[in-house]
Structure formats: structure tokens, C-alpha cells
Design a binder for this molecule. Structure first.
Ligand code: GLU
Length: 616
């Protein structure tokens, strides 16, 4: 079953639900249920595909897409629209994204024909010890859930406000104040609560109740906001307003910074919670010293296209890139679909083995990005694939220090990696009339982040540091180190054809992000699908494990044939949401004469919202 995700219920349903939910607000400032006579709002419908000209936006949410389109219509460019849409998602998708988290911003500049990136990943505090995930009281590791996920110890220094500021400075036409305006208004006026927002709140109820500030905001009157009610976040509006007026120093310095550090070091738990909530290490100095990293994107060529992705600290660019390089040696388009999918399953697992062995924050570990993206290295990895039998998983990582592209030997047994990445996060894609393009993925890690709202400020702090390996191993590139960025899987991707944009895409989904992006690229480039078909097609997520997490529809269609080759497909579904779906992508494809096709999920997570400035 797909998880329902109807952010904006239909008018008829809204009316029906509102008829039974018109109770007085009666809860703390910062949120709002419908009062007497409050009819709620009728939101725009979700449109998963939009074709047209003059600019395009695709996000998971109609209010966010509308915010981005409003910016484009008023003369803003793709970077301005991306920041506006991201800030709007901080209002309507506060459990997936917001100023308390981080992300990766990939930008194509039409004037120069270049792709640039901003790494706005959260960082470990300078005082975070390498044994931070060991409980000092017992000497034993904290449990992942609930100890680490609802904690101060997993809160990294947020990078999102700095990302927005830098993206606008580098590429925008608007300043932060103007770009944050639509989201500020949205936070103040509110949005209509849907089933998913209510359900995500209920899923988090126990940990939200552990903090008075969180319960006051997201559990007004002790319950999750009701479907059809209008949810307002005046505290967040004030936070955006302050950042807009004063710049990000209003976030990284001063009273808000003092408060964030204090909340992390001394979690403000409610009197009656039984959750342990280990304290963290964030200081005002960490906040003051936070800087985004501007770095070259990863780039590989694939079937005549140039594929640009996010370099480490994300593993997205290297893993997608390596897998594509491995696949380039096979003519997938000429194979039957089972044979092509077999190649994909194997290439992705081989690339994941290397991701685990080699990728971490390059400021702390030596990441062999060039080797991982070398065609010669890929040729040697590709030799390991047997067209008639699946390799035993996990496969071993390759040796990046000695390769010559010549086939030799087999793959040894690899290591099973604990995968604790979550399925939250959000991706948005924007493009403007001048030809600039943005692919931006942002997150607070777990749905609901660390569970801690910064009192009076309307946003959740992330728990991104759970993306570090939880068991410390000095040989592990993703081990905890003070000041380091945990390895990400976020894969915002821009594909150029003859130097001009062809595709921009990305997805949430923890480590399944990489396979979602990869599979969409293969669907579109090799398997003859349109971009709408490529995003809708059933997914499987080969990540070098014996069991390959797959959507039920994928198993129905390809299970028997792939099982015959030795693949073990198992239905997707995480313990937290039991969602049997993988990813929630958005994309824009660029056609001739300025034509843009913006696409979002037609069904997953209730569908997304695509829009263009001028319809076809
Ligand atoms: N923390 C994950 C990452 O950086 C993203 C979480 C998610 O997609 O849910 O890769």
C-alpha cells in the first residue's frame, strides 16, 4: 500500500472535515487550528506534470511550487525561486526540511555554461568526541532509536540558512529578505493540514511530547493538527523575517544562536517524558564558524551527456557517477528489460561497495573521487558482472590504488554496512527564462529531525549526525570526527547535452536517493521512457545487500525473472512509516525552443506539484 499523502485535501473533503473540526484554537502561540467560522483555505490542486515556457518549478508541495513560480513571474531567477520554494517547504514540510537542517545546492549558470555547487551539510561540533555515541553512564553504545534520534548529541551545525544566503549572493537576483517573503507570508497565514502532516505528527507524538516547545507548536491542545485545519507558524514567520532583515548573522550569532546551543547542550525535556534525550555538544562558536563549501561538482560523461552531481561530503555524485560509468560499457537499450535491470542491480551494488569503503568528508579523509569516477576503474568493475548470474552480496570494494581496466579475478566478500539513513528530506528543481537551473536537496534527516523545536522560533533542529557510522572504526571514512560532515546520499543532479541543460532531478530517501536518481536516469536515457514515465516507474534499490529493497509493483513485474538470475527482491517498507515506496523525486526536462517539462511524483507520498510560468 502506498502511504497516503494528501497535503491538500479536495474541496469537498476539506468542507466535510472542517464541519467537524471547527473547535476554538485553545493552544499555545505558534500554531493554529481553525477557530469558529474559519473556513480554512482551498489550496491549489496538485499537478504532477506541467509543460510550458518561461520557467518551471517542481517540489513535493503546491504551496512551495507556487512560491517558486511567484518569484519567477516577478523577475527572480532559478536560484531565487529555489530559495523561496525551500523556505516554503520549511513551513509546509517542517518535518523534512527547514533552517534547522542542511542540504546540497547544484546550479547551472546559463551565462557561463558552468555548474557550481554549495555544500550546506551540517557539521559535527568542534567539541564532539569520537565516542559521542557511547553512553558515558554505561560505557555501552546508545540505542539508535530512541536515544540517538531524539537527542542533542545528533544535532549538527545547521547549514541551510548559510546555503540560501550564499546561493543568492552567487547566483540570485534577489536578496534574502525578498526571497523569504512568500514563505514568511505562508507561515503567517497558514496552510491546510492534510492526512500526511497529521499522520507524521502522530508518528512523532511521543518524541514531540518530550519537549514542551515542540508539543506547543505541533501538538496544539495535545493532539496533532486536524485534517482540514489551517496550520500557522508565526514563530517561524518571525524567524524568517529576522533572517531576511539582518542576514544569517541573525541565525548564527546572537540570541538565537545562544538559544540553539543551550537547547542542544541542555535539552529542554518536559517533566513527564521517559525518553533519555542525550545532551549534545553544539556551541555558539560552532554556529559562528559555520561556512558552506563551494566546490566543483562531480562530472562524468554518459552516452554523450554530461552528468553533474554533488561531490563529497555527499556520496551522491561519486556513486551515481561510478554506476553510470560501469553501465556505459553495456548497451542497455538493446537488451531486454530484465537483462538491463540486472546490469543496473549489479553496477549499483559495486558502486555502493566503493561508497562504503572510500567516501566520507574530504576535509577529513582522503576521498579518491577522481579514481572512483575514472572510466578505466569502471571498466575493471564492470568486468565483474556476469550477465547470467547475480554476484553474491555484499560484494567487496575495488582497489582504487591499482587498476588498469583489465579484467582480472572476481569480487571477494564485502562488508555489510549498517544503514541508518532515514527516508525524510525533500528535493526541488527550478529553472528560469534565462536558462539557469537548480537541483536542490535539503533535509533535517529523520522525519521530525531531532524532535526539538527551538523555543519561540518555530523550527526543528536536525539529527543529521546519525548519518555518521554509529560504531567507531578508525578505518571507516564516515567515522565520527569533530568538525566533520557526515556522509550524505543526497544526489541533486543536472545533466547537460552539448553544454545545455537536458535534465535536472533529485529525490529524498536516505541511501535510496542514489538508486532513485540512477534508475530515473536509466529509464529516461536508456530504456526509452519519457520523463513522466521515468519518475512513475516502479523502483528497486540495489545497495549491495543480499536483499534488494523494491517496491511491490517492481517485484510484481520483474521479481520472477530477476530471481531466476539470483537477485533477492524484498518489499520496501520502513518500520517508522511502513511506506512501501522508494523516493519522492522531482525533475525538469528541457526541450527545444525553451520548452520545459516539470514533473513530480504522480502517486508516491500522495504526489508532488509541478508548475511552469507559461503553459504550453
Ligand atoms: N540524511 C540523509 C542524507 O543526507 C537524507 C535523509 C533522507 O533522505 O531521508 O543522505
Amino acid at each position: 500500500m502506498r502511504a497516503p499523502r494528501l497535503r491538500h485535501v479536495t474541496t469537498a473533503l476539506s468542507t466535510l472535515v472542517l464541519a467537524v473540526t471547527l473547535a476554538p484554537a485553545g493552544h499555545a502561540a505558534g500554531s493554529s487550528a481553525p477557530g469558529h467560522g474559519d473556513p480554512g483555505r482551498t489550496p491549489p490542486a496538485k499537478v504532477p506534470t506541467a509543460v510550458g515556457y518561461g520557467g518551471a518549478v517542481s517540489t513535493v508541495d503546491p504551496d512551495a511550487t507556487r512560491a517558486g513560480l511567484e518569484v519567477l513571474r516577478r523577475g527572480g531567477n532559478a536560484a531565487d525561486a529555489a530559495v523561496a520554494a525551500a523556505a516554503a517547504l520549511g513551513v509546509t514540510e517542517p518535518y523534512s526540511a527547514g533552517v534547522g537542517g542542511g542540504g546540497y545546492f547544484v546550479h547551472y549558470d546559463a551565462a557561463t555554461g558552468t555548474v557550481g555547487t554549495i555544500d550546506g551539510r551540517e557539521t559535527a561540533p568542534a567539541g564532539m568526541p569520537t565516542d559521542a555515541f557511547i553512553d558515558p553512564a554505561t560505557g555501552a553504545p546508545y540505542r539508535f532509536t530512541p536515544d540517538l534520534v531524539t537527542s542533542g548529541v545528533s544535532v549538527g551545525v545547521p547549514g541551510t540558512p548559510a546555503t540560501w544566503e550564499r546561493a543568492l549572493e552567487k547566483w540570485g537576483r534577489w536578496d534574502l529578505r525578498r526571497a523569504l517573503k512568500p514563505a514568511t507570508t505562508l507561515a503567517r497565514r497558514g496552510f491546510v493540514v492534510d492526512e500526511t502532516f497529521r499522520q507524521q505528527t502522530l508518528d512523532n507524538k511521543v518524541r514531540f511530547e518530550a519537549f514542551d516547545a515542540t508539543a506547543d507548536l505541533f501538538l496544539p491542545g495535545g493532539d496533532a493538527p486536524r485534517v482540514g485545519s489551517v496550520f500557522r507558524n508565526k514563530d517561524l514567520a518571525a524567524t524568517y523575517d529576522s533572517i531576511g532583515r539582518h542576514g544569517t548573522r541573525a541565525f548564527y550569532r546572537g540570541r538565537l544562536a545562544d538559544l540553539m546551543a543551550d537547547v542542544v547542550q541542555h535539552p529542554r525535556t518536559s517533566d513527564d517524558t521517559s525518553l533519555p534525550v542525550p545532551a549534545g555538544h553544539l556551541t555558539t562558536t560552532d554556529l559562528r564558524d559555520y561556512r558552506v563549501r563551494e566546490q566543483a561538482p562531480t562530472r562524468i560523461s554518459y552516452r554523450g551527456l554530461d552528468v553533474y552531481g554533488m561531490a563529497p561530503s555527499s556520496s551522491g555524485g561519486t556513486t551515481v557517477g561510478e554506476a553510470l560509468n560501469i553501465l556505459e560499457g553495456s548497451d542497455l537499450g538493446a537488451m531486454d528489460e530484465t537483462a538491463a535491470l540486472h546490469q543496473y542491480l549489479e553496477a549499483s551494488s559495486l558502486a555502493f561497495a566503493d561508497r562504503g569503503r572510500y567516501v566520507g568528508d574530504p576535509a577529513y579523509v582522503d576521498v579518491p573521487t577522481t579514481d572512483l569516477l575514472s572510466d578505466t576503474y569502471a571498466a575493471e568493475r564492470a568486468c565483474l558482472i556476469n550477465p547470467s548470474t547475480a554476484l553474491a552480496k555484499p560484494v567487496a570494494a575495488g582497489d582504487v590504488t591499482a587498476y588498469d581496466g583489465v579484467c582480472a579475478g572476481g569480487t571477494g566478500a564485502g562488508e555489510v554496512e549498517a544503514d541508518t539513513e532515514n527516508i525524510s528530506t525533500t528535493h526541488l528543481t527550478t529553472a528560469d527564462r534565462w536558462g539557469n537551473v537548480v537541483a536542490y536537496t535539503l533535509t533535517i534527516e529523520q522525519t521530525g529531525g531531532s524532535g526539538q523545536v527551538v523555543p519561540g522560533h518555530g523550527f526543528l533542529l536536525n539529527n543529521e549526525l546519525t548519518d555518521f557510522s554509529t560504531v567507531f572504526d578508525p578505518a571507516d571514512p564516515n567515522r565520527i570526527q569533530p568538525g566533520k560532515r557526515p556522509r550524505s546520499s543526497m544526489s541533486p543532479t543536472i545533466v547537460l547535452r552539448d553544454g545545455k541543460p537536458f535534465l535536472a532531478l533529485g529525490s529524498p530517501g536516505g541511501s535510496t536517493i542514489i538508486t532513485t536518481v540512477l534508475q530515473m536516469l536509466l529509464n529516461r536515457i536508456d530504456l526509452g521512457m519519457s520523463i513522466e514515465e521515468a519518475i512513475a516507474a516502479p523502483r528497486t534499490s540495489p545497495r549491495n545487500t543480499a536483499n534488494v529493497t523494491s517496491e511491490p509493483a517492481f517485484i510484481d513485474e520483474f521479481g520472477p525473472a530477476l530471481s531466476a538470475l539470483g537477485h533477492r527482491l524484498v518489499p520496501a517498507g520502513d518500520a517508522f512509516t511502513s511506506a512501501a515506496e522508494i523516493g519522492a523525486a522531482t525533475a525538469i526536462e528541457f526541450g527545444r525552443h525553451g520548452r520545459m517539462t516539470a514533473v513530480a511524483e504522480p502517486e508516491r507520498r500522495g504526489g508532488g506539484a509541478a508548475g511552469v510560468v507559461r503553459r504550453r
